[in-house]
Design a protein around this ligand. Structure first.
Ligand code: PLP
Length: 385
């Protein structure tokens, strides 16, 4: 079923069936979890299905990789131990000393740290720009620019970048467009058909969806680039274990219904927050006055479950709200079934103080879960008053 699965089937059909053929030996509807490091050979070099050693390939990881490729409409999917492991493998595959990367000024902090503290030591340079300003992006491109790195929506300010517009700029400059699709998930946004070359995921977030597994992924449109990345996946070895791959796959099967509910709950939360005097601004791409609303409406099929807002009472008020909610758990990370609240300036973005990534101190970020929305609204009401 995997090879011909493609976009011929709807998204949720692919999420449930791609890479998930019943086990030929037993008929088990859920393919078995292959906890093995090595594989019996039928005579020297006589591999069954190409399996030799589990860093190179494991059937549970293969199943997840086929699923990821089908969801993002790519040629090749690759799974990793974390989102950052995927990013590191990607950068070391497509960059060399002297290469240059252009990325969003408000890129994920870990991506910025990987470029500024790790890749920089190996001679890879980077320039942060506002990806909402296509002229500024064009000006930042150099002859040596190998990668234009885009995130949309961004964290925690929920800015939007125009994927098709950025693809044109990247390709005119001979660079690859990478899109970190973690916040939207492939259910709401598929960058490859819009012209991106590579999609990056932290599968820790919406794809896993249950806050119980750390993982990452790359999906590419071009099979040759897929082969180069697969070579580096094996040569560098930052793979996920079979149980972690199995957990991500299990999460993926319900991605569509979860995202519908995340979006619906987030819209109600936005409506509630917008009506409150304690809140000075609500950041959500679904709001008509959000500067990226028109682009988001064009390239996404929903506006997602992440909502940020600013408190009229400043930092103190923001900290108080974070400490007073009960259903919204005070914690980092996002994308799970349970609602989370955090204070980016002191938590996820604390290391960005004084850098271009610094975020306002009166900002609160919500990862709106899939609980009953009335309970979530009551929780926020209690915490705000
Ligand atoms: C969490 C996250 C990452 C990093 O992924 P890990 O799985 O934590 O390594 C990258 N990009 C975005 C947008 C993220 O939210």
């Amino acid at each position: 079923m995997t090879g011909d699965q493609g976009p011929a089937h709807g998204f949720s059909t692919r999420a449930i069936h791609a890479g998930q053929d019943p086990d030929p030996a037993t008929g088990a509807v859920v393919p078995p979890l292959h906890l093995t490091t090595t594989y019996k050979q039928d005579g020297v070099g006589g591999l069954r299905g190409g399996y030799e050693y589990s860093r190179s390939a494991n059937p549970t990881r293969t199943a997840l990789q086929e699923s990821l490729a089908a969801l993002e409409e790519g040629a090749t999917g690759l799974a990793f131990a974390s989102g950052l492991a995927a990013e590191d493998t990607l950068l070391r595959t497509v960059c060399s000393p002297g290469s240059h990367v252009v990325l969003a000024g408000d890129a994920y902090g870990g991506t910025f740290r990987l470029l500024s503290k790790v890749a920089a030591r190996w001679g890879v340079e980077h320039t942060p720009v506002d990806l909402g300003d296509l002229g500024a992006v064009r000006d930042a491109m150099r002859d040596t620019t190998a990668v234009l790195w885009c995130e949309t929506p961004t964290n925690p300010l929920l800015n939007i970048a125009d994927i098709a517009g950025l693809a044109e700029i990247a390709h005119a400059a001979g660079a690859l467009l990478v899109v970190d699709n973690t916040f939207a998930s492939p259910y709401l946004q598929r960058p490859l058909p819009l012209g991106a070359d590579i999609v990056v995921h932290s599968t820790t977030k919406y794809l896993g969806g249950h806050s119980d597994v750390v993982g990452g992924a790359l999906v590419v449109a071009d099979a040759d680039l897929g082969e180069q990345l697969a070579f580096h996946q094996n040569a560098m070895g930052a793979v996920n274990g079979p149980f972690d791959a199995w957990l991500v796959q299990r999460g993926i099967k319900t991605l569509g219904v979860r995202m519908d509910r995340h979006c619906a709950n987030a819209e109600r939360v936005v409506e509630f927050l917008t009506s409150r005097a304690e809140v000075s601004a609500v950041l959500y791409p679904g709001l008509p006055d959000h500067p990226g609303h028109a682009v988001a409406a064009r390239q996404m099929s929903g506006f997602g479950g992440m909502v940020s807002f600013r408190l009229a009472g400043g930092e103190e008020a923001a900290l108080r709200v974070c400490e007073r909610t009960e259903l919204f758990t005070l914690a980092e990370s996002l994308g799970g079934v349970e609602s989370l609240i955090e204070h980016p300036a002191r938590m996820t973005h604390a290391s960005a103080a004084g850098s271009p990534l610094e975020v306002p101190a009166d900002l609160v970020r919500l990862s709106v879960g899939i609980e009953d929305v009335e309970d979530l609204l009551a929780d926020l009401e209690r915490a705000l008053s």
